[in-house]
Design a protein around this ligand. Structure first.
Ligand code: C2E
Ligand code: MG
Ligand code: MG
Length: 407
């Protein structure tokens, strides 16, 4: 039950002067909506119930968990010695969700993020909750899924700043090279947007893309991204007709009216063949509106553009959509690649994903390859293309094109 009054009273108790330190955890289950879209609302509810049971199992008797949203729980942790002890408690919660949950006889892994904030008498409960929430958003971007509030909020990306950055062309295109794993030769690039604001400093793409999606600026940002990428790559494309470039397309921009025409116009303006452009879409796209998306993807593929599934394997939607859509590339998410070093099961999983992609006539691209061991292992598994800090970091477009031999 949503019970903020009870939560706030409990917080006030743990934050009293003279009490041992207390902390607040914000525990969030991500992607419930995607799960429900595939398995139904009843299954979604069963998953949340199982989530709550698992959460309570890893708390002490003195801790109090209060559900404050559909997939959000606040946990008050009284009597802790310091931040380190609170971090141990937060990590324990995150680890508890590494194992799948049972929901209506179906095994499902909940994706959790845990934000932590130490309570002090100086904060009001509302402030403590908001700070734990900031940490929880940060945790969602980290592989360990846990973050502590660091005393200052992430730079607030405001509409005006981002709008101005887009319209005055202050965003930059970075390109990260992608290589054939067998040959070691350059096959193409992925375009990644960068924003360095004079006041905010370097703002991470996840932050400003998220802000653009929330504020309605994503269509403008996508238009900029497509045009700026093609402008940089056009000459290299003509010089090397086999070269390709991936462009990340937000689901919102893809579904916006006129996207297909806009894409066609950009190809015309920059005189680029569609076969040289790969649209990178995350799995969410396939779940949200399968009918509409089917039509749109068919149109785009028929015009010659290539379609890649980005961050493959991280959404609940995995696999079911392959029955209906033909995709050209599967990009194995960085989290799998990173985990391969320590977990033999992940290696076997990645090998199966590569085999599956090949049987669907899709090319596999491994993201986030950071060392030679991973590179060799993925190559031996038959992965087609590789991308990561080891073969080449993202660099400003002109430099990347010159450095990696396509300038
Ligand atoms: P993504 O499309 O999955 O991009 C791959 C991310 O992995 C990039 O992060 C890249 O810098 C990072 N990466 C590459 N090699 C390595 C490695 O070896 N190790 C690690 N740890 N990471 C590596 P980046 O540039 O921060 O972008 C994050 C996400 O932001 C992208 O994920 C993409 O979803 C989104 N994004 C970036 N640019 C754009 C854009 O122009 N438009 C849209 N819609 N989204 C964008
Ligand atoms: Mg991508
Ligand atoms: Mg990715």
């Amino acid at each position: 039950m949503l019970n903020r009054v009870h939560l706030f009273q409990t917080i006030e108790r743990v934050a009293l002067p003279g009490q041992p330190a207390g902390a607040l955890l914000m525990v969030r289950m991500q992607r419930l909506r995607e799960f429900e879209a595939v398995f139904g609302y009843e299954a979604g509810k069963a998953l949340v119930d199982a989530f709550e049971v698992r959460l309570r199992e890893c708390l002490r008797a003195v801790d109090e968990a209060v559900q404050i949203g559909e997939c959000d729980f606040a946990v008050v942790l009284p009597g802790l010695r310091d931040l380190n002890h609170a971090m141990l408690a937060a990590s324990k919660v995150a680890r508890a969700f590494m194992h799948p949950l049972e929901a209506q006889g179906r095994s499902a892994r909940a994706i959790v993020s845990v934000g932590l904030c130490m309570a002090s008498a100086a904060q009001c409960p509302d402030q403590l909750c908001r700070q734990a929430d900031v940490a929880c958003q940060e945790a969602a971007r980290l592989p360990e899924r846990v973050a502590a509030y660091r005393g200052q909020a992430q730079p607030q990306v405001v509409y005006g700043d981002l709008h101005q950055a887009i319209t005055t062309n202050r965003l930059q295109v970075y390109l990260q090279p992608i290589f054939g794993m067998d040959s070691g030769t350059l096959c193409g690039y992925e375009s990644l947007a960068r924003w360095e604001d004079p006041v905010l400093g370097f703002v991470s793409p996840e932050l400003f893309i998220g802000a653009a999606e929330k504020t309605g600026l994503i269509e403008q940002l996508t238009r900029w991204s497509i045009n700026a990428t093609l402008r940089h790559c056009a000459a290299a494309f003509r010089a090397t007709p086999t070269l390709q470039c991936g462009i990340n397309i937000s689901p919102i921009a893809l579904m916006a009216e006129g996207f297909v025409d806009q894409m066609a116009a950009a190809l015309r303006i920059w005189n680029v063949r569609p076969e040289q452009v790969v649209l990178e879409l995350t799995e969410t796209v396939f779940v949200d509106s399968p009918q509409l998306i089917g039509k749109r993807l068919t149109q785009l593929r028929e015009s010659g553009l290539r379609i890649a599934v980005d961050d493959f394997g991280t959404g609940y939607s995995s696999l079911s959509y392959f029955r209906h859509f033909h995709v050209d590339e599967l990009k194995l998410d960085v989290s799998f690649v990173r985990d391969m070093e320590h977990n033999p099961r992940t290696c076997r999983l990645v090998e199966s994903m590569i085999r599956m992609a090949h049987s669907l006539e899709a090319v596999t691209v491994a993201e986030g390859i950071e060392n030679t061991v991973l590179w060799n292992r993925l190559r031996d598994m038959g992965c087609d293309l590789g991308q990561g800090y080891y073969p080449g970091k993202p660099a400003p477009a002109a430099r990347a094109l010159a450095e990696f031999g396509a300038g």
